[in-house]
Design a protein around this ligand. Structure first.
Ligand code: AMP
Length: 422
């Protein structure tokens, strides 16, 4: 016997009904984003490594978790994308669309992580980005887009955390103050955080390692170092959230993945999930990122929401059940020939969900399959029906008696029963 294979470590096979729920989630997001004036963008699954390095030099994601592709002579080193904001900014720099450019995306990302529940090596995100404006209303708009999306799925236990990381001199002063704080306490930091400190002290705030907790908690807060302009920007973001009655918590030590994060930063935590993996989304501003990627100096703001974790949160809250995946009608046919093929095709072209049995099964076995399919109606073709040019229409999950109708009236009869005529 040949060796059998399993899905690679950190990946999952998503089968029905979960796969259907997954697709519905992405569809709902697409609708919500479309309704807010965002158009889809489809970045490549891999980029030149430099694109990701520019974005997150000091982050674990870029330093340790990249899925590098094999080196090819004469070509830049490439990597599978660990997230999509970098690609979206690279796309902006390359194509220069008119601003504000509002784009949404959905798809898989790859990080070489230690897998556990809610943390995978291939995981999916839906996200949205707005490039070309630093209007605080846009920060509020993207937060609201994510917030209303969670709400629409039925989630009620999502907490919004917000912070401002400032920019310019205020940010530089703060970074210096942070560096001093961590250097003064360097002995109490984990080895990883000591390393991170060398590259970017802000990133140390993001450490979830228990040994760092105390020093991180005592670190100075950015909000105390905001310039007047950044303080005003943040105040307007908060006022906007208040106006929309979106509740939030100020989280003065919240920082996120991007090295070039500026100003507004936010995260969504699902309180129904274990604290270690409860971030169901996050985002913020990255006003220098497009320029870092060789583009014009345009501000940007956006978010990415983790599809895998949102669905875990939905399970934990008992909301957003898988959609019913039943067909409308099931064709049971016990005669040889093409009757079944033709009728099923006709039904489908009329917009009905139609399925059938194969392999010339017995009537009994086909009726069982019809029942399992969840179809509301069965159409039966036996030898008697075939000879008489009729079909038997049997309601399975709608009111009514079985009746015999002319073959030519089959589709119309089913539509009548389902109330989908015309
Ligand atoms: P990040 O870019 O790390 O802030 O990720 C944004 C969102 O993607 C997080 O809030 C999670 O919901 C999700 N996410 C990130 N990494 C993973 C992973 N390894 N497995 C599952 N979901 C993830």
């Amino acid at each position: 016997m040949a060796d059998s294979f399993q899905a690679p470590r950190g990946t999952r096979d998503i089968l029905a009904p979960e796969s259907e729920r997954w697709r519905l989630l992405v569809q709902r997001f697409a609708e919500a984003a479309g309704q807010a004036g965002y158009a889809a963008v489809i970045p490549p699954m891999f980029e030149d490594l430099g694109v990701f390095e520019r974005v997150g030099e000091a982050t674990d994601v870029v330093r340790k978790e990249m899925f590098l592709l094999a080196e090819r002579e004469g070509e830049a080193r490439q990597a599978l994308r660990p997230e999509q904001t970098a690609s979206v900014c690279r796309i902006f720099a390359q194509h220069r669309p008119a601003t504000p450019w509002k784009a949404w995306y959905a798809g898989s990302n790859f990080r070489y992580e230690r897998p556990q529940k809610g943390r995978y090596r291939q995981f999916d995100q839906v996200g949205a980005e707005v490039l070309g404006t630093d209007d605080p209303d846009v920060d509020v708009e993207v937060i609201a887009l994510a917030w209303r999306f969670y709400e629409q799925l039925g989630l009620r236990q999502v907490k919004l955390l917000v912070n401002s990381l400032g920019d310019g001199q205020g940010r530089a002063d703060y970074t210096a103050a942070l560096r001093r704080h961590f250097e003064d306490n360097v002995d109490a930091l984990s080895a990883q955080s000591r390393e991170t400190l060398q590259v970017n002290p802000l990133r140390v705030l993001d450490s979830k390692r228990p040994e760092d907790a105390e020093v991180v908690a005592a670190a100075p807060a950015m909000v105390e170092h905001l310039s007047d302009e950044d303080g005003e920007h943040f105040a307007r973001v908060r006022a906007g959230l208040d106006a929309l009655a979106i509740p939030y918590e100020l989280s003065p030590r919240l920082v996120r993945g991007l090295a070039s994060s500026t100003r507004t930063t936010f995260e969504f935590a699902a309180e129904a999930l274990d604290a270690a993996q409860n971030a169901v989304g996050g985002g913020g501003r990255y006003d220098g990122l497009v320029a870092d990627l060789g583009g014009p100096s345009v501000p940007g703001v956006g978010f990415a929401l983790g599809v895998d974790r949102i669905l875990l949160a939905c399970d934990a809250e008992g909301v957003f059940a898988p959609p019913p995946s039943a067909v409308d009608v099931f064709v049971v046919c016990t005669v040889a020939g093409t009757d079944s093929l033709v009728l099923v095709d006709e039904l489908r072209r009329a917009g009905l969900g139609a399925d059938r049995a194969f392999d010339g099964r017995s009537m009994k076995s086909q009726m069982k399959a019809a029942d399992r399919s969840g179809a509301k109606v069965a159409i039966i073709i036996g030898s008697q029906e075939q000879e008489a040019g009729v079909v038997a229409v049997r309601p399975l999950r709608v009111e009514g008696e079985q009746r015999s109708v002319a073959r030519a009236d089959a589709v119309r009869t089913v539509q009548g029963l389902l109330g989908t005529a015309g």
